[in-house]
Ligand binder design. Structure first.
Ligand code: OFO
Length: 174
């Protein structure tokens, strides 16, 4: 069974994952409304991925015999000032997530809960890719500047992202 401290930390992280999903969904709505359909698709896929992370965490808490008392979600920002603003906020959000996950890994090690440590390390490792893809988009946006044609090409490229649940087995549970 998970300790009370680790349960609380995972429940908080579950809430953070849902918060990220909510933020990216709000960004997707903004992008779609601004005519940036590709960015909207990318952000929608990212939102679904965060939701899958949250559900996987929920399932883990249950599997370890704890009952998660779910926390309230804050309303995300609804207005942004373009693609640069959005992806800089995505990167800031991912960096905050990385810090939270590292703190949970440290806590799991302190408690000698190796199973929880292994579990959370999947998320920690996933953050490397998440931060890299946001940074990569920001770098492209910096190069593009205010060239509308190139911005539309990048938007098209972002629109090729296809969502796949990172934990397909979760869809069969419950
Ligand atoms: Fe849930 O991985 Fe990013 O935030």
């Amino acid at each position: 069974m998970l300790s009370e401290t680790l349960t609380a930390a995972l429940v908080k992280q579950l809430n953070n994952e849902m918060g990220s999903a909510y933020l990216y969904l709000s960004m997707s709505a903004y992008a779609e409304d601004a005519g940036l359909k590709g960015a909207a698709t990318w952000l929608y896929a990212q939102s679904r991925e965060e939701m899958a992370h949250a559900i996987h965490m929920y399932q883990y808490i249950m599997d370890r015999g704890s009952k998660p008392a779910l926390l309230a979600l804050e309303a995300p920002a609804a207005s942004f000032s373009g693609m640069g603003d959005i992806f800089n906020k995505v990167l800031a959000s991912e960096r905050a997530t990385t810090k939270n996950l590292n703190d949970i890994a440290t806590l799991a090690m302190k408690e000698n809960d190796h199973a929880c440590y292994q579990f959370i390390m999947w998320y920690v490792n996933e953050q490397v890719e998440e931060e890299a893809s946001a940074s990569d988009i920001i770098a492209k946006l910096d190069m593009i500047g205010d060239n509308k044609g190139l911005l539309l090409s990048l938007d098209k490229e972002l629109g090729t992202r296809v969502y796949a649940n990172p934990f397909p087995a979760d869809e069969k549970l419950n």
